[in-house]
Design a protein. Sequence first.
Length: 420
Amino acid sequence: MYLSTSRAADIAGDTPAPKGPLRAVPGTVFALGLVSLVTDVSAEMVTAVLPLYLMAGLGMSPLAFGALDGLHQGATALLRLAGGRIADRTHRRKLVAGTGYALSAVCKAALLAVTTPWSVAAVLAADRTGKGLRTAPRDALISLSVPPEEQGRAFGVHRALDTAGALLGPLAAFGVLWVAVDGYEAVFTVSCCIAVLGVVMLALFVREAPAPAPAPAAAPPRAPLPPVRTLLRIPGLRRLCLSAAVLGLFTVGDAFLYLLLQRRLDLSAAYFPLLPVGTAAVFLLAALPVGRLADRLGRRRVFLGGHALLLGACLLLLSPVPAGPPLVAGVLALLGLFYAATDGVLMAAAGPLLPAELRTTGLAALQTAQALARFAGSLLFGAAWTLWGPGQALGLAAGGLLLSLAAVAVSGGRRTGRPS
């Protein structure tokens, strides 16, 4: 990706974009969006081929894949808290995020050296370690760059750029598989090179949020960083963590939904990476409008609505709709809207609740609660698939998601004295 000198200066600074859909978005947000775009091209190249590579290429069972998918979601979740605490304590959020990006780039190269399912699992665990390190500091940099009323918009812009990478990654994987003789190794090699580019862009174009000024000699010393347990006294954060965990337990991973679609369509392995493209395209188009809608209507309402859309995708897969373009378009559109209404919206809802000195730690705690719940959910879904088959597993997940949505909505309505 080429950046002119003048454009690089604009990205590195905090001057808002002068016009268009990115207006009023600080340069830090835009630069982090570009870094995420490049990194997601790399990550989604691997993610797009991983289910078939493991289950068809290496012979992994659905139960084992469910465990691995859960590991991919949440086994390193607790590291998010450590990374968030370090970033808040040192005020070096860019450095902590950069370490995570660099670790993930190294893991893309390591995939070339492993050939068994559980060695792949170990590399993916290390890759998730990198994601766990970088996500909360990156989101804290975004949140600290904008006022509370613009949080949804800022995260919408970032997620739109991030999702552009998620759109391009599967297309790149498809192109590599189409022309390469040894397709999987070629995908991993190209993915590694792109991941390194993302680390370089972060180092060059993202500015660290300024640390608090040191106290004058005559003034009393600055208070130490509040303990993590301080987060437990923030009622709004507690509710968000509980809601994200309850709903995350019944959130079916998109990899499983793509496998179910592939079975319904009898789709060849070469075309499998194209399924995430539809999801990413919808996410890309919807991220900014949905973020702005969340700023106006309420982020919690939009977050719950997103999970209702995921429930719709599950029910559509369970319906007798014939396998064909309408089924594919419906499932992928609903899945893309689910991500647009939940990913950045959840962080935008949490950011204004948290003091600046605990912003990264608080976001990490929320991400950890969600990731651990999704980890457990993936294990349960993989076990249900193995014991009763994919249809029954999806039916149980849809029923659980419906009940959890009702419980969270009723609970939120009682606390606020009005419907959610």
